[in-house]
Design a binder for this molecule. Structure first.
Ligand code: ATP
Ligand code: MG
Length: 418
């Protein structure tokens, strides 16, 4: 029989060992910190009705127009693996009839799927943590959700080297006026634009502003910014946001080039960026989306949130030498089969006390000691015939190299939980 060598699909990765531990640390930290801010965790399905993401013909974002994993299921329904989770959370808010009890603060963590060209920090299955404040129009909500994101980055030890950049996209009338000014500016130089940008010119000229194509750089640098087009209401939101960010004690800088990839943003747009990851430098991004819940069939529900790439945060942890160490076990070692029963009782007693402990399935004393050392065990309890008879164990501290006899009832107290 021919052997097939199976590999993970292109753009996906197995998370094992150090990689898993970094990944887990990011999610655990985000869960803990978001709870401090009053966020409640939701888990929504990994696949949704395609219409949750592609809501109309006007969609111009890359995510919706070229990166979605969509397929027809056996019942003929068009299904999409979620490329992001804001739309799913808004759908869930409406499906569960929760639009009457607002605001709600939602945290989530899980895999997302985008058909992208894989490279460092860019995968086809990746993971996001995210936070959304649903049903709050106040700029204080924008500032608080950003403060929560910053707190998570700081708690991970990554605040140095990650910068918060903020921008306003204004309200609909501001953006309409800005759009017209951008079209006028770029149309005069249509032939110098990159192909992508020429395509965006009429549909979504705002996206040209964040083009990464070298041809577009000079034209973008000379383009007008939205500042001159803000309505008084949009200006007030923007002023209040910056005031609140200062009150939260957050360092930030303005970047008029941030427009965000998805179509539904208004007012606040922000990113946490780093120079340490090359081209994939955005670790967290978000903004205000006032029309999305309505598009899901709910009432008008002004909302604001962010999503962060777990892989990118984990890569920053790796570079900063912040990989969490592997847990260190305590080994329980019966000298012969006759002591296995006593050893097992001790093993369970340790685990019940919150001590991570293991007993090898077989091997003599020497073999089992070797395994304990190889695994980096911090201590071993050795039980021979005489120890079993007297209800004690030899306790060996593998770091200090010391050994002493301890009664089995006192064994768990001899080692700290962990
Ligand atoms: P990018 O400009 O890097 O393509 P994006 O604007 O498409 O990012 P968002 O949709 O805002 O990203 O998603 C939020 C975060 O999720 C990003 O800032 C990034 O950290 C992460 N992310 C997005 N796409 C991927 C991917 N394909 N692989 C790994 N992480 C990703
Ligand atoms: Mg993208």
């Amino acid at each position: 029989m021919a052997t097939i060598k199976l590999q993970p699909p292109r753009g996906t990765r197995d998370l094992i060992g150090e990689e898993f531990r970094r990944h887990h640390r990011v999610i655990k930290t985000a869960r803990r910190i978001s709870a401090l801010y009053g966020f409640e965790e939701w888990a929504t399905p990994i696949f949704e009705d395609t219409r949750v993401f592609a809501r109309g013909l006007g969609e111009t974002s890359d995510v919706v127009s070229k990166e979605m994993y969509s397929f027809e299921d056996r019942g003929g329904e068009s299904i999409t693996l979620r490329p992001e989770n804001t739309a799913g959370v808004c759908r869930a808010l409406v499906s569960n009839g929760l639009t009457q009890s607002l605001p709600r603060k939602v945290f989530y963590a899980g895999p997302m799927f985008r058909y992208e060209r894989p490279q460092a920090g860019r995968y086809r299955q990746f993971h996001q943590i995210g936070a959304e404040v649903l049903g709050a129009a106040e700029p204080l909500a924008d500032a608080e959700v950003i403060a929560c994101g910053h707190h998570i980055i700081r708690e991970l030890g990554l605040a140095d080297g990650v910068v918060l950049e903020v921008n306003t996209l204004g309200d609909a009338p501001s953006r309409e006026a800005y759009r017209a000014a951008l079209i006028a500016h770029f149309a005069a130089h249509r032939d110098e634009l990159s192909e992508d940008s020429r395509r965006r010119l009429e549909k979504n000229p705002l996206r040209i502003i964040d083009s990464k194509e070298p041809e577009d750089k000079a034209l973008v640098a000379g383009a007008p910014t939205i500042a001159a087009f803000l309505t008084p209401a949009a200006q007030a939101h923007w002023d209040a946001l910056r005031r609140h960010l200062d009150a939260f004690g957050l360092p930030w800088r303005e970047n008029p080039r941030i427009v965000r990839g998805l179509d539904y943003y208004s007012h606040t747009a922000f990113e946490f960026v780093t120079e340490r990851l090359g081209a994939q430098g955005t670790v967290m991004g978000g903004g205000r989306y006032d029309g999305l819940v309505e598009e899901m069939g709910g009432p008008p529900t002004p909302s604001v949130g962010w999503a962060a790439g777990v892989e990118r945060l984990a890569m920053l942890m790796e570079r900063a030498g912040l990989t969490p160490p592997a847990p260190r076990l305590v080994a329980v070692i019966p000298v012969s089969e006759a002591e296995e029963g006593v050893a097992l009782a001790l093993l369970q007693r340790l685990r019940a006390a919150g001590v991570a402990a293991e007993m090898a399935y077989r091997g003599n004393l020497k073999r089992r000691m070797e395994r304990a050392n190889k695994q980096g065990a911090r201590a071993a309890f050795i039980i021979g015939e005489s120890e079993a008879a007297r209800g004690v164990a030899q306790f060996r501290d593998l770091d200090a190299g010391t050994q002493e006899e301890v009664p089995l009832e006192a064994a768990a107290g001899r080692v700290a939980p962990g």
